[in-house]
Write a protein that binds this ligand. Structure first.
Ligand code: NDP
Length: 333
């Protein structure tokens, strides 16, 4: 192993704002690892919508900071008995938009030999979100066989998280309706397994959902769009349905008056991934289940048609916020 360098390239945010505040620097100090941490040389870095919330200040953190929440690469220094130099790993942790990131060992998972580093970086945060939210937020526990399961609506079904939701739900036998913002995105959502797909820019989504479900509505809604779709969700959810609102792509949803849930006895969830992955057992079990789904070919991690160089992260954020992307966005170091 070559010695650990003193400086590195990375993306620093010194003030909040648009994509232009993501500054590419080449002389950032390499983080020192503490007891129980490893230093990962990132090869592929995942971009997630949450990265835009920290950039704009919708979610709070102290300035300055290095953005990014997940990556995959190789351990180049270790203060943990669990990992050694040369191990190929993936992780979900802060400071991923950089050549090197110090990560607590309990946030790191080994990448199976059959999985590429690119696939590992592309699958972790969004795949684990899809899996934990299906199991725990929506309470869909088992494979029921094709089309015997509940009616489920997935908004932004051609997106990174939406695409994984559709595929896993389809494997589990749910009757999946997807929405997407262009004919090409609709085609992709169909490829992921959605049996019905609605173009959210040109069609009346609520009317189509009622038509497809013969007026019943959907048993579960996964909504990462937020502000623009939240009101409609109440209209198209079935009686006793579960509404899982998990993001703010169009702005935050709500607030909601609690009596609004009573007309149909709706369960409203606002989950975050990390609260489902607090113990080592949770992290290990869900990661194993996700990697098994991918390695068995049941879930295909679809990567956007461009992998961006690290220095072009601002353009990647613009594309993501401009609804120009499908699947997972990656940076290559
Ligand atoms: P996506 O790849 O899904 O990209 C966002 C998509 O949202 C767009 O492609 C677009 O698809 C759709 N969209 C609809 N309206 C808007 C709008 N006004 N502005 C921008 N996009 C819009 O991103 P991610 O998979 O990274 O994230 C999806 C959502 O899931 C986000 O809200 C994110 O915060 C949330 N999330 C939450 C987690 C949690 O722990 N709570 C964990 C992971 C993700 P289209 O054009 O097809 O409508």
């Amino acid at each position: 192993m070559s010695p650990v360098p003193k400086t590195m390239a990375g993306i620093l945010v010194e003030k909040l704002g648009g994509p232009e505040v993501l500054q590419f620097k080449t002389n950032l100090p390499v983080p020192h690892i503490k007891d129980g941490e490893v230093l990962v040389k990132n090869e592929f870095i995942g971009i997630n919508y949450i990265d835009t919330y920290f950039r704009t200040g919708l979610y709070k953190t102290a300035l300055p900071f290095i953005g990014g929440k997940e990556a995959a690469g190789t351990v180049i220094a270790s203060q943990s008995a669990e990992f050694k130099e040369g191990d190929r790993v993936a992780y979900i942790h802060d400071g991923a938009y950089a050549e090197l990131t110090a990560v607590p060992a309990d946030k790191v998972v080994p990448v199976p030999a059959e999985l590429s580093t690119e696939q590992a970086a592309a699958s972790m945060l969004q795949g684990l979100t899809a899996l934990t939210f299906i199991r725990e937020a929506a309470g869909i526990k088992q494979e029921l066989g094709v089309s015997l399961g509940p009616w489920v609506l997935v908004h932004a079904a051609a997106g990174g998280t939406g695409g994984q939701l559709v595929q896993i739900l389809t494997v589990m036998g749910a009757k999946v309706i997807g929405t997407a913002g262009s004919p090409e995105k609709c085609e992709l959502a169909t490829k992921h397994g959605a049996q019905w797909v609605i173009n959210s820019r040109t069609e009346d989504v609520a009317a189509r959902v009622k038509e497809i479900t013969s007026g019943k509505g959907v048993d579960v809604i996964f909504d990462g769009i937020g502000k623009d779709t939240f009101d409609m969700d109440f209209d198209i959810i079935a009686r006793k349905g579960t509404l899982v609102v998990f993001g703010n792509a169009s702005g935050p949803a709500g607030p909601v008056e609690l009596p609004r849930l009573s007309a149909k006895n709706i369960k409203l969830m606002r989950p975050v991934l990390l609260s489902y992955l607090t113990t080592k057992e949770e992290r290990q079990e869900y990661t194993k289940e996700l990697f098994d789904l991918i390695l068995s070919g049941k879930v295909n991690v679809q990567i956007h048609n461009e992998i961006y160089p690290l220095k072009d992260v601002a353009r990647a954020h613009s594309d993501l916020e401009g609804r120009k992307t499908t699947g997972k966005l990656l940076l290559k170091v």
